[in-house]
Write a protein that binds this ligand. Structure first.
Ligand code: IFM
Length: 455
């Protein structure tokens, strides 16, 4: 690969910023949801989080120390548009201007995600993603972000993990706004989200102050072949892109959320399987969703193994007894960063960024004052090795963002789970760089195939 590989870290607004009601910010659905008893572990909220709103300079200093060349963060929609649309909150814009300027001064490329789950409460009260106007609301917000920041920011991502904010937020109900709507509503909201993506891309291209790069960041659990045989590889690929037979599992799906955006059509098997839940798909809807993109992001944490069964159909293998897991019980499967990007690149043909990858560990500050997170180092080492192997084998991979820079608010799990390269003591807001931050620093500084690597 000729293209340079970027090494970054990612966060999202609600998970780190805090300042929930400061400087004119409007409320979002997570502000409201967290205040309902029993919804979040320990009754935690994002009201203060990592206080990044006030400590962003220190945090950027840490990024510089680690040596990351790119930082992926999200904008809090309600911080800059308190009602979701209409009057602009200039103090909110000023915060992001300070953040962006500080990143650039420190030689770190900003990657803006427009939407990472914190939907403005005022728009939710108007029907949220169920309302067809949500398409225009998002495009208006995207236009504003582009007008204000594209003089300095080149990379933009529309949505982070639409599977989660629709599936977990509006169908299974464990995330904000906590709805358990019928599946038909889920499909309608998904349709609106992808139209909102397309309309936003059009608005952003029109408003950009200079050429910008736009991508999309869904998530997937990767289907990896049990062996290198052609049959198993085909079986794994088929399973990865298939729409689940059980419509209840629909939202955890690659092709439903990406084929319309990347290829301009819904996957055929899904259209047949989910016929009874489908919204009214009007002429022009799919064309709108399918706007030219510059890259395709993917959040990948783990996967499962698949082999070709005797009847040729994909068979998912049981995990072996005692398989490796993270502190949250997620399987550790480094091969996901080989097969996921490879299959996605073959299907969608766009440069790939791993927009999130990481693990939660049982981190603690030891007596020597340090955080010895050996298992995170091993995880990163093995996952990155797979990713670079895929790159060597011809998958066009442009970057890797570790999730997350800081320990932060892990949604329904509150502050229980720690994903950061940097430990946060929430009582004092003291930051401690973990051993993994030092490992990543060395990696980027030229160890292995760090910055500037070209195969
Ligand atoms: O913290 C989340 C992030 O907001 C979205 N992707 C998965 C991460 C870990 O659960």
């Amino acid at each position: 690969m000729e293209e340079k590989m970027i090494w970054g870290a990612a966060t999202s607004a609600y998970q780190i910023e805090g300042a929930a009601e400061e400087d004119g910010k409007g409320l979002n659905i997570w502000d409201i949801y967290c205040r309902q008893p029993g919804k979040i572990f320990g009754g935690h909220t994002g009201d203060v989080a990592c206080d990044h709103y006030h400590r962003y300079r220190e945090d950027i200093g840490i990024m510089k120390q680690i040596g990351i060349s790119a930082y992926r963060f999200s904008i809090s929609w309600a911080r800059i548009l308190p009602q979701g649309q209409g009057p602009v909150n200039e103090e909110g814009i000023a915060f992001y201007n300070r953040l962006i300027d500080e990143l650039i001064t420190n030689g770190i490329e900003p990657y803006i995600t427009l939407f990472h789950w914190d939907y403005p409460y005022a728009l939710y009260q108007r029907g949220g993603w169920m309302n067809p106007d949500s398409v225009n609301w998002f495009a208006e917000y995207a236009r504003l972000v582009t007008e204000r920041f594209s003089d300095r920011v080149r990379y933009f991502i529309t949505f982070n993990e639409p599977q989660c904010f629709i599936g977990m937020g509006h169908v299974t109900g464990e995330h904000a706004p906590g709805l358990k709507n019928p599946l038909h509503d889920g499909f309608l909201m998904a349709h609106h989200v992808m139209m909102a993506h397309g309309k936003a891309v059009q608005a952003m291209r029109a408003a950009a102050k200079r050429p910008i790069m736009i991508g999309y960041a869904p998530t997937s659990t990767v289907s990896a072949p049990a062996s290198r045989s052609q049959e198993d590889i085909e079986a794994a690929r088929a399973r990865y892109f298939a729409c689940p037979e059980d419509a209840g599992g629909w939202s955890w799906n690659v092709s439903w959320w990406s084929d319309p955006v990347m290829l301009g059509r819904y996957p055929e098997d899904g259209v047949k399987r989910y016929e009874e839940y489908l919204p009214d798909i009007r002429p022009g809807d799919l064309e709108l969703m399918h706007q030219p993109l510059d890259f395709y992001g993917q959040n990948i944490y783990n996967g499962y193994r698949v082999k070709a069964g005797a009847d040729g159909r994909p068979m998912v293998l049981e995990r072996p007894a005692g398989y490796e897991t993270t502190a949250m019980g997620w399987p550790v499967t480094p091969e996901s960063l080989y097969w996921g990007p490879k299959f996605l690149y073959e299907r969608y043909g766009k440069p790939i960024y791993i927009t999130e990858n990481g693990m939660a560990c049982h981190d603690m500050v030891s007596r020597d004052g340090r955080v010895h997170d050996a298992s995170r180092i091993d995880f990163m080492d093995r996952y990155i090795e797979s990713l670079l192997k895929a790159r060597e084998d011809g998958t066009d991979i442009r970057g890797y963002f570790y999730w997350s820079l800081l320990d932060n608010f892990e949604w329904a799990e509150g502050y229980k789970d720690r994903f950061g390269l940097v430990y946060v003591d929430y009582a004092t807001q003291r930051r401690v760089l973990k051993d993994s931050a030092e490992w990543y620093r060395k990696w980027i500084a030229g160890g292995g195939m760090g910055e500037g690597y070209a195969s």
